[in-house]
Design a protein around this ligand. Structure first.
Ligand code: 13P
Length: 247
């Protein structure tokens, strides 16, 4: 049985003070039996946030990392640095990083392998543009992205990988994919993973992301193949995050 995973992606938002207020407000109020709760925050918040949720079921993740162990990579953060401060997850290949920061299928794959190597579970993002959807290329696009991301991932590590299907046209636009559209692509993604790993694919959690909010989370989570949500805007307020967890 796959445990649902609701992850907030704060993107480039919040001061330390705001993050700690959020942590205080959600501590003890999550629904651990129902879903795993994860907050993916900017680097400057991670250590404080992790310390603030010690002893709770809330997991903390980063939003990116480099694939090299260390070295002359000005401005980057190494995998072991995130592990050192107890990161549970790291988002890899978010469409904003692909669009603005030159993330490619190849670097996504290197980061996925490195995250698994250091013991941080990757949340790997995939998803099509509006143009690709309109040209009926959605499935081709996500197949290429997912197969590239999982290249050389060992069978034993597969269940640690979370995949987030985020159609780019639904991110921050208020336009949610219909829950049937999301479910259809997510079921297809599982078929793609099955093509690589057989029945082990049943253990991989696949989230939907793109304008998820308290008002639509129940419908999305009721779909047969959707195992969770990766939420941007609606994860920033503690009360909304708690409502999402209580889908
Ligand atoms: P929104 O929930 O703000 O649409 O963002 C989705 C997203 O990109 C999560 O990673």
């Amino acid at each position: 049985m796959r445990k649902p995973i609701i992850a907030g992606n704060w993107k480039m938002n919040k001061t330390i003070k705001e993050a700690l207020e959020f942590a205080e407000a959600v501590k003890g109020k999550t629904c651990p039996d129902k879903a795993e709760a994860v907050i993916c925050a900017p680097f400057t918040l991670l250590k404080d946030l992790k310390e603030a949720v010690v002893g709770t079921d809330i997991k903390i993740g980063a939003q990116n990392m480099h694939f090299e162990d260390n070295g002359a990579f000005t401005g980057e953060v190494a995998p072991a640095m995130l592990k050192e401060i107890g990161m549970d997850y790291v988002i890899i290949g978010h469409s904003e990083r692909r669009q603005y920061f030159n993330e490619t299928d190849e670097t996504v794959n290197k980061k996925v392998l490195k995250a698994l190597e250091v013991g941080i579970d990757p949340i790997v993002c995939c998803g099509e543009t509006l143009e690709e959807r309109e040209a009926d290329k959605t499935k081709d696009v996500v197949k290429v992205q997912v197969e590239a991301a999982l290249k050389d991932v060992a069978k034993e590590d597969l269940a640690k990988v979370v995949i987030a299907y985020e159609p780019i046209w639904a991110i921050g636009t208020g336009k949610t994919a219909t829950s049937e559209q999301a479910n259809d692509v997510i079921a297809y993604i599982r078929e793609v993973v099955k093509g690589l790993y057989g029945e082990l694919a049943e253990e991989v959690r696949i989230q939907y992301g793109g304008s998820v909010k308290p008002a639509n989370v129940a419908e999305i989570m009721a779909q047969s193949d959707i195992d969770g949500a990766l939420v941007g805007g609606a994860s920033l307020k503690a009360e909304d995050f708690l409502a999402l967890l209580n889908f």
